[in-house]
Design a protein around this ligand. Structure first.
Ligand SMILES: [Zn+2]
Length: 439
């Protein structure tokens, strides 16, 4: 199997001017895949007018020739595959403009995604909406028929992380989700009661018992037993994974119906938090041609979660210390081994955390990336290839990039996908990747 070396970049028009940078990456690190980003509403290229008419949100369809097929022909002449990356539900900037599509909590409320430390871009759409699902299916079929692309990778095909707002775990609670739950064999009313009960318990934590628990280093289930969660919690986590997967299956089949020579998949939430974000890794082996753990945003996807939990639990419960909550939750998610700070102010480091991976931090992000990719590999049977996504942009120095690359190599991944910023990315960081993989 060929080792994939991919890079994310902007639209084809921009790339037309970038062949020199692409050739450089090809020579240095064996680049063989370009992934063009695309919002839900299209890019320089758009769905056909018939498909655009199905979109449940505003689309601006360009009438001009987009040049994408010309670009694809040039890429293929250079032995490069091209995928399109499409955003689906979580973190939609335009979320608040579409009340009918919005993600709702278990009492039906729309809530602001901006947590005290969050990055504030986490409005979500509900993953059940038939109007969005039917449009996504039609979009993939249409793009696959009209453009000679080699694949699609879906993104934001999940629930938003609890780091943006803890309510992201307690939803979506809309009527359509309730109907979907029933179709998938779950009792929505019972799960709603369980989860609202858990929320009440989180607001009434016994300080003395928490002290004892902190001493005992509780695992994930210990932590939830301690809180008094019942079976509904596990049903809820499984239901959310099943729901995301039922969408994945539809999109996968739609794209493959158009053409069977496509690679179709999705990025995957970091393994430690995947179950609470709607991703059960093994399911993707049935409904995708590859897996690609998204490890370029460790601060947002993992560390914000601890910060939001500590902030909310402290706010809800007088006298509970953030040290206790942080220690308990680090342990519950397997992060105690990283010796992370015991206070929010030390975790915060800067008045406003950057929204992505960066070198300035004292936090061991490189080690976390290395462990998350190993965990991801252990979560699957291995029947589909896995490509690890990591950052190598200008906010990272070569030492930190090398750490991430070594982590990927240790996990024996089938390929890597880079986020480098403007192509070709920082030369020293590219050299660090070359050193690791050509050693
Ligand atoms: Zn919903």
């Amino acid at each position: 199997m060929k080792q994939v070396v991919g890079v994310y970049t902007g639209s084809a028009d921009i790339l037309q001017q970038q062949w020199k940078a692409v050739e450089y990456l090809k020579d240095e690190i064996g680049l063989n895949l370009i992934i063009l980003g695309m919002g839900p509403a299209g890019d320089r290229w758009s769905p056909s007018p018939e498909v655009a008419a199905k979109a449940p949100f505003k689309l601006s369809v360009s009438q001009e020739k987009d040049g994408l097929n010309d670009f694809l022909a040039q890429a293929h002449r250079r032995d490069l595959d091209v995928w399109i990356c499409i955003s689906l539900y979580a973190e939609m900037d335009s979320g608040p403009n579409y009340a009918d599509l919005m993600f709702r909590d278990l009492e039906g409320n729309v809530f602001s995604p901006v947590s005290q430390y969050g990055s504030g871009w986490a409005w979500s759409w509900c993953p059940s909406k038939e109007s969005i699902r039917a449009y996504n299916e039609a979009l993939l079929y249409d793009l696959a028929k009209r453009y000679d692309v080699d694949g699609f990778t879906l993104t934001h095909q999940r629930y938003s992380p609890i780091g943006h707002n803890i309510s992201n775990l307690f939803g979506c609670g809309c009527n359509e989700c309730e109907r979907e739950a029933s179709k998938l064999g779950y009792d929505f009313g019972s799960m709603r009661n369980s989860m609202l009960g858990l929320l009440r318990k989180l607001k009434k934590i016994d300080r003395n018992k928490l002290s004892v628990m902190t001493e005992l280093s509780p695992g994930f289930l210990d932590f939830f037993y301690y809180l008094g969660a019942d079976q509904g919690l596990l049903d809820w986590l499984n239901f959310r994974c099943d729901l995301i997967q039922s969408g994945m299956k539809r999109y996968y089949e739609a794209a493959r119906r158009a053409r069977d020579n496509l690679a179709v998949g999705s990025d995957n939430f970091p393994a430690s938090f995947s179950m609470i974000s709607g991703h059960r890794y093994r399911d993707f082996e049935d409904n995708a041609d590859f897996l690609s753990p998204l490890l370029s945003h460790i601060v947002i996807f993992c560390l914000f979660n601890f910060m939001e939990l500590a902030t909310k639990i402290k706010e809800w419960n007088q006298g509970i210390s953030e040290e206790q909550v942080l220690q308990c939750t680090y342990r519950a998610f397997g992060y105690d081994k990283f010796n992370l700070p015991s206070t929010l102010s030390a975790l915060l480091e800067h008045p406003r955390l950057p929204s992505s991976d960066y070198s300035e931090t004292k936090l061991p992000l490189g080690e976390i990336v290395g462990d998350e990719i190993l965990k991801a590999k252990s979560f699957v049977s291995g029947k589909k290839p896995m490509y690890g996504i990591f950052a190598a942009h200008s906010k990272l120095n070569p030492v930190d990039v090398e750490k991430r690359a070594l982590g990927m190599k240790r996990a024996n991944v089938d390929g890597i996908i880079l986020q480098v910023g403007p192509l070709p990315g920082p030369i020293d960081n590219i050299a660090a990747i070359k050193r690791v993989f050509h050693r």
